[in-house]
Write a protein that binds this ligand. Sequence first.
Ligand SMILES: NC(=O)c1ccc[n+]([C@@H]2O[C@H](COP(=O)([O-])OP(=O)(O)OC[C@H]3O[C@@H](n4cnc5c(N)ncnc54)[C@H](O)[C@@H]3O)[C@@H](O)[C@H]2O)c1
Ligand SMILES: [Zn+2]
Length: 342
Amino acid sequence: MVGAGLVDRLGEYARKFLHRERCAIISDGNVAPLLAKRVIQSLASADFRTMLITIPAGEKSKTLKQAGAICDQMITAGLDRQSFVVALGGGVVGDISGFVAAIYHRGIPHVQIPTTLLAMVDSSIGGKTGVNTRDGKNLIGAIHHPSLVIDDVDVLKTLPRREFNQGFAEIIKHAIIADAKMFRMLQGWRAIEAVALQQLIKRNIKIKSNIVAKDERDQTGERALLNFGHTVGHAIERAGNYRRFLHGEALSLGIVAACAISIKRVGLALHQRNAILDLLRQFGLPTRLPKKFRRGKVFDALKFDKKFEGGKVRFVVTPRIGGAQVATNVTLADIRAAIEDL
Ligand SMILES: NC(=O)c1ccc[n+]([C@@H]2O[C@H](COP(=O)([O-])OP(=O)(O)OC[C@H]3O[C@@H](n4cnc5c(N)ncnc54)[C@H](O)[C@@H]3O)[C@@H](O)[C@H]2O)c1
Ligand SMILES: [Zn+2]
C-alpha cells in the first residue's frame, strides 16, 4: 500500500491480512524514536500485542549474530509460530528482520514498513532477505516475501537529503533498464511533491515486481537485469569499506561504468550516456570517483561479487535507455578500463 498517513492505519491493515495476535517490531536506533510509538499504538488499537526490538542503525548490524540475538529476544518473550515480524526502517532493518521472519519457527509472516526511499522502491519488494558475513554482503539469506508492505510517504520527511538522493539511484536504474518514459519524466522532475512521489514509488514497485515475477530465483537471467550498475557499484562500496559511499552513490558510479561498457559492447549512443549522467547529477549523485581514490582497490574488490561465480562475467548492459540485457562478451579488461576512467 502506498499513500500518506498510513502508519496510523497499520493495525487496521494488519488485521485484514494477518489472523495472528502477537508480533515483534524490529527497528533501528534512528527510526524507533521517530515512529515506534505510533506503530505500537496503531497495532494495539487493533488488539495486537507487540514487542519492540531496536538494533543499532547501519549496515554493520546486518549480521548472523544480530539475527540470532533478535531470535533469542523473541523466544524469551514467548513469541511462537503464530506471531509475525514487522520491519520498521530502511533496507538494513528490512533485510535482517525478513531473514529472522524466514527462519523463526521455520518461517512466520513479515510486514514491511520501509522508511527510506531506497527501501520503498527496492529492498522491500522481491523477497530477498539476508545478512552479511565477514567476506561479503548478503551471502546468507532466504527468499521470504512480505505479507504486507506499507509505504507511508510522510515518513520520508525526516530522511536526510543524502539518504533520500541515494534512493533515486535505484529509480534511475529502473528507468534505464525498463522505462524510457519514466526516464523522461525524471528529467523534468522539479520539487518533491507528495502526489508525484507516490506515483513514482508505485511505478518503481511495478517495474521491480514485474521483473521479479518472471524470475524469482535468479534462474532465467531476467532478475539479473536489476543488477545493472551493481557489479562495479558493489566493488566501489567495498573498496570504500562501506563507509565512504552510500549504496546508491556507489551504484551511481557503477551505472557510469556500465554505460561506458555499454557504448563499447552494445552501441549505447553517446548522447544517451550523457543524458544518464546528467540525470544522476540532477539528483545529487556522483558520476566521478574522487581523484585520489585508488582505482586498483575497486578492481581488486570485484572478485567478491556473486556475479563472478565460476570465473565468468555476467555483465548487464543497456543498448538504449529503457532496455537492458546480460552480455557475455564483456571482459575483465573492459571493466578495468571503465573503472580507470571513472
Ligand atoms: N533485499 C533487497 O532486495 C535489497 C535491495 C537493495 C538494497 N538492500 C539492502 O538495503 C540496505 C540499504 O538500505 P537503506 O539505504 O534503506 O539503508 P539503512 O536501512 O541503513 O537506512 C539508511 C539510514 O537512514 C536512517 N533512516 C531510515 N529511515 C529514516 C527516516 N524515515 N528518517 C530518518 N532517518 C531514517 C537509518 O537509521 C540509517 O541510518 C543494504 O543493506 C542493502 O544490501 C536490499
Ligand atoms: Zn542496489
